[in-house]
Structures are given as structure tokens and as C-alpha cells.
Design a protein around this ligand. Structure first.
Ligand code: FDA
Length: 305
């Protein structure tokens, strides 16, 4: 049953017609519980509130699969303005972005130029930028871009997904770059040819990745809401004397709020991933696929609008 609903929502997440309808009719189906508004200005008070509570933030301007150069440039400009706004408002926030929103599917040169402009601006204000990882067909290109840019910009992170067979090898190749990595399980629909399909294998691989990155002395963001993964990381750090300033926990906005606060109270760094923007549909559907319990507030949202 769980697998069926997961596949169903992942299928919906790629449905362009529903995406257009969702945007056009603007009904947010409860998405406002997990998305920080359609404009960055709406996200600012939320970030301030999270910062006041001792939580750090990374903001993501929602949107992916841009197909025109002009749209990719608009997305770049939006990222730059977000960085400027973070600095102006003295927010404790990093930025996350997707390379497809900056023209990855159009040309490598375009996405590189857009990223360089963003990273130049981010460097001015000491803002870290993390490249989210998208589906497996774009993984190698994303890692190649990360390596190219990391050689020039230190304020750059990326994401590795433990469901891919190739990730352990990818991590080894990244180690010489002193990577800032968010390690996650992976959120896209992938075939058994490239990805583990058993939850246990995905979880075990995530633990291996966390251990490898931490024991190699690299800063690690553990992106998970899973108690087993969080407990594993805490124990690993204790056993190996890894300082708490070498890692952080990252969770999505609106997910496990109490756990976020508890970890912060225990003295761990917790960063909340706060998405905003008009393109909330694909993000929202992927979250439903991960956790059908989220359907409860979505259904409530449909009837309360
Ligand atoms: P998982 O879904 O495996 O659930 C395990 C257990 O955790 C559940 O059984 C439950 O007990 C608990 N749990 C999980 N969610 C809960 C909730 N909402 N409330 C209560 N309990 C819950 N993916 C990707 O492909 N590319 C990316 O760039 C990113 N980026 C990213 C950033 C951040 C900050 C996070 C947290 C996640 C991502 N992801 C991602 C998504 C990631 O790959 C993964 O799909 C989700 O985090 C779900 O996996 P979990 O490890 O959180 O728990």
C-alpha cells in the first residue's frame, strides 16, 4: 500500500498539467504548512522566527526544469536578490538551489555562468549555497559542476543520495574537494537499475556515507527526519569524539518541529530547509510521496479553501 501511494505521488509530482492547474487556481492544498509563501518577502518573518528559536535556515526558491535561457536568467536574478535580502535583513540563512532551474537542461555553459554570478554575490555576504541533488539522470552532471565550482568557491555545498548505488563511489571522489555535503536518502522515483529499492539498504548506505564523511573530517549535514539516522549520528560522534561543530541536522520546514527544537536544546546545530515560490506543486507531491501521513493536512486544506 505504502509503495503504491509513494509511486502515485511521485507520478503526480511530474505531471505538467496538474502543475499548471495548481499554479493557475492557486489553491495550496495545505502546502502553506510546508512552504514559506510564494514570495521571499513572505518567508522573511518565518526565517526571523526560526532564527529567534535558535534554528538556522536554508531557503530554496522552488522551481525546476527551466527550458528557456531567459527564464534561467530570471531564476538566477531571483537567487541573487534572495542573497542580498538575507544580508540586508541579517538573517541566519543559507541558500539551496537546483541546477535545472538555472538552465542545466539547456547548456552547461549557461548553468556555470549563472552559478558563478550567484556564488560571487554569496561570497560578498558570506552566504553558503548548496546545490540540491535532482533525479539520477542529472547526478553526474551536478557532481561535475560542483567539482568545477568548488575549486573556485569555498561557500558551496551539494547533496548525495544514499539510494543510488553509485553514491559511495561519488563520495570517495568528492573527498579531496573538502566537500560540504548534505547526506539524504533521496526523493525521486528511481529504477532498481540505479537505486536500492529496499528501505533497509538505503538506510544502511546513508549510515555508511555519514560515517565516511565525518571520519574523513568533513563538515556533514544529515538531512533526515528519521530517529534511527539521527541517533546513529549522535552515537557515532560520541564514539569518535567528533565535535558538534563538524556536523548539523537538517530537516524540512514543517516536519518534526518538536524534534528540531529538542535537538537544538541538546546543543546540536539544526537547519530548517524552507522552500518558497509559486512552483510549490512538485515539491509538495514529493513530500506526500515520502510520508502519506502528510495527506491529512492536505485533505483538510482542500476542504478549508
Ligand atoms: P523516511 O521518509 O525514510 O522516514 C523514516 C522514518 O522517519 C519514518 O518511518 C518516521 O518514523 C520518521 N519520519 C520521517 N518523516 C517524518 C515526519 N515528517 N514526521 C514524523 N516522522 C517522520 N532529496 C533529494 O533527492 N535531493 C535533495 O537535494 C534533498 N534535499 C533535502 C534537504 C533536507 C533538509 C531534507 C530533510 C531532505 C532532503 N531530501 C532531498 C529528501 C530526502 O531525500 C528524503 O526523501 C526525505 O528526507 C525523507 O527521508 P527521511 O530520512 O527524512 O525519513
Amino acid at each position: 500500500m505504502e509503495a503504491i501511494s509513494k509511486n502515485f505521488f511521485l507520478y503526480l509530482s511530474n505531471n505538467k498539467v496538474l502543475d499548471r492547474l495548481a499554479k493557475r487556481y492557486g489553491s495550496r492544498f495545505g502546502a502553506d504548512k510546508i512552504v514559506g509563501g510564494e514570495e521571499f518577502s513572505q518567508a522573511i518573518p518565518l526565517i526571523e522566527q526560526l532564527n529567534e528559536e535558535g534554528l538556522e535556515v536554508t531557503v530554496d526558491h522552488l522551481g525546476e526544469f527551466v527550458n528557456s535561457e531567459s527564464e534561467a536568467k530570471e531564476r538566477k536574478q531571483e537567487c541573487i536578490e534572495t542573497i542580498q535580502s538575507i544580508a540586508r535583513n541579517q538573517l541566519n540563512s543559507e541558500v539551496s538551489l537546483k541546477l535545472t532551474s538555472l538552465g542545466m537542461d539547456i547548456s552547461e555553459q549557461l548553468v556555470k555562468e549563472n552559478m558563478e554570478e550567484i556564488l560571487e554575490e554569496a561570497k560578498k555576504y558570506d552566504v553558503t549555497v548548496t546545490i540540491d541533488m535532482e533525479d539520477s539522470s542529472r547526478c553526474q552532471a551536478t557532481l561535475d559542476m560542483y567539482k568545477t565550482l568548488k575549486a573556485k568557491y569555498d561557500n558551496l555545498g551539494t547533496v548525495l543520495q544514499s539510494y543510488l548505488y553509485s553514491t559511495e563511489e561519488d563520495l570517495k571522489e568528492l573527498l579531496p574537494y573538502d566537500p560540504y555535503l548534505r547526506l539524504v536518502k533521496g526523493a525521486y522515483k528511481e529504477s532498481g537499475k540505479v537505486a536500492f529499492t529496499e528501505k533497509q539498504s538505503v538506510d544502511e548506505n546513508l549510515k555508511r556515507l555519514i560515517k565516511t564523511n565525518l571520519l574523513n573530517g568533513h563538515y556533514t549535514a544529515v538531512g533526515s527526519h528519521d530517529d534511527a539516522i539521527i541517533d546513529y549520528t549522535k552515537k557515532l560522534a560520541e564514539e569518535h569524539g567528533i565535535s558538534r561543530d563538524q556536523f548539523e541536522f537538517q530537516m524540512l520546514y514543517g516536519m518534526r518541529n518538536q524534534m528540531q527544537k529538542d535537538l537544538k536544546d541538546e546543543g546540536y546545530t539544526v537547519r530548517v530547509y524552507l522552500p518558497y515560490g509559486e512552483d510549490w506543486y512538485g515539491y509538495f507531491m514529493r513530500r506526500l510521496a515520502e510520508r502519506p501521513a502528510n495527506i491529512a493536512f492536505a485533505i483538510k486544506g482542500i476542504f478549508s479553501k
